[in-house]
Each structure stands twice: as C-alpha cells, then as structure tokens.
Design a protein around this ligand. Structure first.
Ligand code: HEM
Length: 753
C-alpha cells in the first residue's frame, strides 16, 4: 500500500484514539452495512435517504445514448423522505392491506398492495447460463502509453485514464453457490472508453477446454450438475465432467490448470487474468500485430489450500466477494497491470511454432515477455448488487478502434453467444441502456424500440441513406475515429468441419505446465486429480483419465493411480520435454500483503498491553486486524470482531496469540473432540483449533507473553513459521516477513520432486 495514502481503517483508528468516534463499538474494520451506525430505537423523523457508504461507487449518470448528465450518481437512487408508490404518490401505510373492515376481505382496488406484490413477484431474472456467481467493483485504468506503437486504441494512449467495471466469477455454480469451489474464475472488465466500450472478457487461466465454440454446450453440460439429480453443485469432481474431458482430450490442458492451485484462488485480488484468445491490433499507421492480453496482480498469484477452500464453503461461502469489498473499504485497493504479449502478424499466425489461433495453447512468457501497458485499480464497491453486478453485460465483440478479432474458432463463436444469451437474461434488446452498461461515448445507432426502450429517439428516419433527418447519422471515416475491421485476407479453401492439424497436439503444453510446477504445487495437483477422480462412481472413467495422465507425466500418473488403487497405464503418445516456464509457478517470490487479515487472539484477563499497538501496526501495514476473544463487545477498550464461537481460522492469513485464554463459558472442553480438547483444560479448545488449522494450512503463527504457552499446548512450538518474541511488535515484524511468501511452504516438504 502507498504509505502516503494510509488505509481508511488507519484513519478511523487514529480518530477513535483521539476520542472523535463517540461509540467505541463502532466497527473500525471493513464490512459493516450502512453508511451510518443505526440507533436502537426506530428512527421516525423524516429525512432524505442516507448517502451510500464512502467506498461505494455507482455507474456515472449518462443518458441511454451516452451523454454525460452531470447529475450525481445518487440521482439514480431513491429520492425524498417519504414512502411512495412507483408513480411517486406518498403513502400512509405499507403494513396493512386495504380491507372491508378489520376482519373483512382484502379489496382488489388496493393498488399499493398489488403493485408491491406484483413487483416482488418479478424481482428475479434468469441467472447467467455460466459464470452465474460473481462479484463486481468499479475502478480506473491508467495507460502507460507503451502500447501506442501497436494499437491506436485511445484508452491505451499515454496518461489516459478510463473508468472501468470489473466482474469476477466462478463458472459452474449457480448464483448462490460458494465462492471457494475448485473452478475457473472469470475476470471480465468493461472499459468505458470515449471511443466506445471495450470489454475484455477474460478468465484466470490462459487456456480453454475446447478449441471450437461448437463444443461449449458440451463442456458446460458435462461440468454442470447431473441432469437427473441436479448434483453436485459447483464442482468438477463428478463422472460427467471426467467422462467428457477424458474423451475430448484437447480439454486436458485447461483441466490441469483447474486441478492446480489456480483452481482455488486465495482472493480475486491474487489472480492473474488472461484474454485467452489472440487478438489483432492495428496502430495509427495501419500496421497490424497479434497480441494476447494478461492481467498481473500487484499482490502476486496466491491460492487457498484445498482444506481451507472446503471449510470456507461452509464457514464463509461469500469469502471472495467479502474479501474484495473489504479490501476496497480498508483502502487496500486491488491493482493489476495490463500486459501484452505481442507477436508479428504473419500469414501462418504462429509464434515459435505455437499456433496462435489455438485457445488450448499458451505462449510461454519466457519466449514472449508480457509488456506492461497500464494499471487497473479497483477503488469503489457497487452501491447495488443487482443494478450493477447482476445486470452488467459483457461481450467479446465490444471492441474499440485499434483492437480486432482473429479467426480463433472459439472466439468467433463467443462473438455470437453473449448478446444472444443477454437477450433472454436481461429481457429484451435494450440492455445496453441499463446504467451499468451505458457507453461513455455518443451513441447514434439506428436501433429502435423494443422492450424497456429508455432513449427517446428524435427524427423520422432511423435508416440510411436518408434525407428526412438531414442524412444523420453519417458514416465515420479514418479521421473520425471509425472502428477498423482489419482487411485480413481470407484464403480460398473448401468449406469443412475440421481443425488445423496443429490443433491435434493435446499434451505437449500440459506437460510443459506440469514440468513448470514446484514440488509442492505438483503435490497439490496430484491430490486434486486423486480427489476428483475418487469422487467418480465409474471405474472406466478413472481408467480413461489415467491414460490421459500417462501422456502428461509418469510420476503424476503413478501417484494418482496409487491413490485410486489402480495400475498406472503407459503413455500412448511420445512424451516431449519442453523447457519449463518458471512464470507458471506461484511459489518462490515475495509479495506485498495489502488487505490481508491478521487474527489476534486475546485473553480479557491478561496480556493486553501490546494489543493496541500491534493492532495499529497491522492497520499501518495496510492489513486488517481482527480481534478474537471469548466474548463480544470490548476487550481492553478495543472492539472485538470475532468470538471463539464466530471466528474460524480460514478467515485469517496470519494468527497472533497475545494471551492464553481459559475456556470461555460457552466452550465445551469435554465434548469438543474436534478441537483437541484433551490437549489442555487450561486454554479454550477453540483457540487450540485455530492454531491447529493455521498450522495445517501453512500459515504464519506468532505469539508473545502467555500466548507462547498456547503454542506449546498445541504442540507446534519451534516448528517452521511459528515465531515468538519479547513483544507484539517484534512478533508482527517476523510474521510479516513470512507472509510475503504467502505460506510457510517448508512446513510441508513435498513428496514429489
Ligand atoms: C465458445 C466459448 C464460450 C461461450 C459460448 C461462452 C458463453 C458465455 C455465456 C453465454 C456467458 C453468460 C453471459 C451473460 O449471461 O451475460 C458467459 C460469461 C462469461 N464468459 Fe464465456 N463463453 C465462452 C468461452 C469463454 C472464454 C474462453 C472465456 C475467457 C477467456 C470466457 C469468459 C467469460 C466470462 C468472464 C463470463 C462472465 C461475464 C460476466 O461476468 O458477466 N468465456 N460466457
């Protein structure tokens, strides 16, 4: 975090310390709902709606045709102090239907009753057919100017800033499914450029399951819950998924990415993003280049452990969206650099022998470095989930002048799919006029009428050519910033349903990925395949996938086969030995820890001297401290965020022990077998569980004072990544250094090389 811009949370703490915050219990960590603390008594004095929270943003107020209105963003929200009908008539009562006497029947004439219930009856819209579960945020993109040589896109010109809206998502689960399931993540960005909206509809993995869009319904039908029982939800660990990917082997590359730690990100903030396809760029001189888009997170690429992901599915199914919103509220604004891999636009459309039109292939960064072209900062949470995150509509065909598509057959099919699905999902053809989708460029499109038309088009001639509207709208020329359809030569060829021969290589890059992993990452991949295939009912499917693994690597295949209790088959294709790509590994570097959560266990009866100072130091480091105590309220004058009953280790990136709290009244040491109660009757068993889980998940743990004794009782004292010291400040410094590597990897030496 930029030291010159202290987190909002830091400011709050300082204000609280100065006695400016009247109520010491006012939450000073992110996540509290509402922009003002509520009163115990119901408010009755009429006043205008409260403003949104400070961190909340909303779509700019543009007209349906893109003109800036100058109105505040709250102009799209509810107005006035009084309850009204949708027509603005003030209402006296919304708690009782209009009846023929207190005991009489309800009268049909009750317009308010009918309006209220009718609108409610229609509140839901179809969820997205894929990527239904998501979370969005507003932000800004600032261009470095380094892409000016390859594209004329104005938003990439030096110093240009462009407002954006980003939606992250899972793919398979329904709208209410858990955030932390093993799956690919969507990373879709809407750039509101003044040359028209650009949507970069990306994923957190650089390859896709299929090479041709015609297979998209197949892979999604295979991944979604089984059609008879509608289980399992948001999972690939089932027979139909593995049935498909083991038969349709071009899916193997994307599948190994899903089985790797990339399938269970720690946070949206710690994911890379990839446009997957190769795009064609055109510069001001009309020269073209081929390019792939990359998002690089400032915080590095980090993942959950599998056990954490599973616990979170129950403890906090909203973990990723909460993390995103909380980080923004804490002032730890998530950042990514946009980067380009640029390739010469040759007739073969290949680079270093890699077919650039094959979406199951990457170009290793070591062969074509990712060149940074701008920075994305997410700095506002949405004001209204439905209006913004649910109604946003991305489309790979929304391109500004300077960026064009290629013949990648997956991309070509996507160009059809998005608008088609949105016609149903958003109830008609005018969804580009919904506030979150409104362009920030003048719109003059000759599209008319349709459900929910919000523009009031003037004139009589929505056709071209015309003279009745004075010829307007006029075609734009090169000097007017017209979109460029690059005049690529289409070679004469027979009409076929076939792929280029190069698309037949389904294994060399899967092996490249495997060989690029560190031992601990390899072990996670082995465990993931073993778990997922172990959840399949049918032996034939396991055997078939093992044949695929044999074509990737003998160790991988043998380890998974052992776990499944099956023999490891021999490869059916020659194993190549590509040079590993270190850029694919997540392990081995040091990263900032902005927005990470630090659990601080306190004992209300002792050891509180350092706690306030440590808490401030955590805030000052751009992280969020959560005080964990036997009861809520205040401990040592500081507000408690989690009790032993409400807190769980998976919420914390680091655990600090400032004391050794005795079992609280709501603890059940005798019964609490899961918490290892037998280990100690002196410490609350849930504290021992916290330590145990943090240790199992290779998290840094620190203790001072009586907290050191908890480490001994938990049996982890002196093990890697468990630090003690004379003061809280000393211990915090040590765990911060450990956190920079994300986890204490050496705690679990991997069993594979
Ligand atoms: C033929 C292949 C594909 C088809 C037919 C397809 C289709 C769809 C559809 C129908 C949606 C729901 C859109 C909506 O309701 O607004 C969707 C969402 C999405 N797709 Fe694809 N998709 C394909 C491949 C891909 C690929 C390769 C990527 C990544 C590079 C991708 C990324 C996304 C993302 C991020 C979303 C969520 C957008 C949002 O947040 O609203 N899709 N896709």
């Amino acid at each position: 975090m930029d030291a010159s811009k202290p987190a909002k949370a830091v400011k709050d703490v300082v204000e609280a310390a100065a006695g400016k915050v009247a109520d010491a219990l006012t939450p000073d960590v992110p996540g509290a709902p509402g922009s003002a603390p509520p009163t115990v008594e119901e408010p009755t004095t009429p006043h205008d709606p409260l403003p949104p929270k400070k961190e909340q943003g909303a779509p700019e107020t543009r007209t349906p045709t893109g003109a800036a209105t100058g109105a505040p963003t709250t102009a799209n929200g509810q107005q006035g102090a009084f309850l009204t009908t949708a027509q603005g008539a003030r209402l006296r009562d919304t708690d009782h239907s209009l009846k023929a006497g207190p005991r009489g029947p309800v009268l049909l004439q009750d317009h308010h009753l009918r309006e209220k219930i009718t609108h409610f009856d229609h509140e839901r819209i179809p969820e997205r057919v894929v990527h239904a579960r998501g979370a969005g945020a507003h932000g800004v993109f600032e261009a470095y100017g380094t892409a000016e040589g390859v594209t004329k896109a104005g938003f990439l010109a030096k110093g240009r800033t462009t407002n954006v809206f980003v939606r992250f998502s899972t793919v398979l689960g329904s709208r209410g499914s858990a955030d932390t399931v093993r799956d690919t993540r969507g990373f879709a960005t809407k750039f509101y450029t003044d040359e028209g909206t650009f949507d970069l509809v990306a994923n957190n993995m650089p390859v896709f399951f299929i090479q041709d869009a015609i297979k998209f319904p197949d892979i999604i039908h295979a991944g979604k819950p089984h059609p008879d029982r509608e289980i399992p939800q948001a999972q690939s660990a089932h027979d139909t998924f593995w049935d498909f990917v083991s038969l349709h082997t071009e899916a193997q590359h994307h599948t190994i990415w899903n089985m790797s730690d990339r399938g269970i990100p720690r946070s949206y903030r710690t994911m890379e993003g990839f446009g997957v396809h190769t795009f064609r760029l055109v510069n001001a001189a009309g020269e073209t280049a081929l390019a792939k888009f990359h998002w690089k997170p400032k915080l590095g690429v980090h993942s959950l452990t599998w056990e954490e992901a599973q616990l979170l599915g129950g403890v906090d199914p909203d973990f990723h969206r909460r993390d995103l919103y909380d980080a923004i509220e804490a002032g730890a604004f998530p950042e990514w650099e946009l980067g380009l891999q640029v390739f010469p636009d040759t007739p073969e459309e290949t680079f270093a022998g890699i077919d650039l039109l094959d979406p199951t292939k990457i170009v290793p960064e070591e062969l074509a470095p990712v060149q940074p072209v701008g920075k994305l900062t997410l700095n506002r949470t949405p004001t209204n989930f439905f209006a913004e995150t649910e109604q946003v509509a991305f489309h790979v065909g929304h391109l500004p002048p300077g960026i064009d598509v290629t013949n990648d057959p997956l991309l070509q099919g996507r160009l059809f799919s998005y608008v088609d699905t949105q016609l149903t999902r958003l109830g008609g053809p005018n969804f580009s006029q919904i506030p979150i989708n409104r362009p920030h460029a003048p719109v003059n499109d000759m599209l008319r009428d349709g459900f929910h038309q919000q523009a009031v088009h003037a004139g009589v001639a929505p056709y071209r050519p015309n003279s009745l509207d004075g010829g307007n709208p006029f075609p734009a020329g090169d000097t007017d910033g017209a979109f460029v359809d690059v005049p690529v030569t289409v070679t004469e060829a027979p009409k076929v349903r076939a792929n280029p021969v190069s698309f037949d290589d389904h294994y060399s890059q899967v092996r490249l990925f495997w060989l690029s992993m560190s031992p601990v990452e390899k072990e996670h991949i082995i465990r993931a395949y073993t778990f997922e295939l172990g959840k399949c009912y049918h032996q034939a499917i396991r055997e078939r996938q093992l044949r695929c693994l044999a074509n990737i690597d003998p160790v991988l295949c043998a380890e998974v086969a052992t776990g499944l209790g099956l023999p490891a088959p021999e490869p059916t294709v020659p194993l190549v030995d590509p040079a590993p790509s270190p850029a694919l590994s997540q392990v081995g570097r040091q990263w900032p820890a902005d927005g990470r959560t630090v659990g601080i266990v306190v004992d209300p009866t002792a050891g509180l001297d350092d706690v306030d100072e440590v808490r401030r130091a955590v805030f000052a480091a751009g992280m969020v401290p959560l005080l964990v105590a036997p009861h809520g309220g205040l401990v040592g004058g500081l507000p408690v965020q989690r009790t032993f009953a409400t807190g769980r280790s998976v919420e914390f990136d680091v655990l600090l022990l400032a004391g050794a709290p005795a079992p609280a009244p709501d603890a059940s040491p005798a019964r609490d077998a899961k918490a290892g109660a037998a280990a100690s009757a002196a410490v609350d068993p849930r504290v021992l569980l916290l330590v145990d889980e943090c240790w199992r998940h290779a998290k840094a743990i620190g203790a001072w004072g009586a907290g050191v004794d908890v480490l001994r009782q938990a049996g982890v004292a002196g093990t890697p990544g468990v630090v003690t010291g004379g003061s809280g400040a000393e211990v915090l410094t040590a765990v911060q250094q450990l956190l920079a590597a994300h986890r204490v990897w050496e705690r679990f030496p991997a069993s594979v090389a």
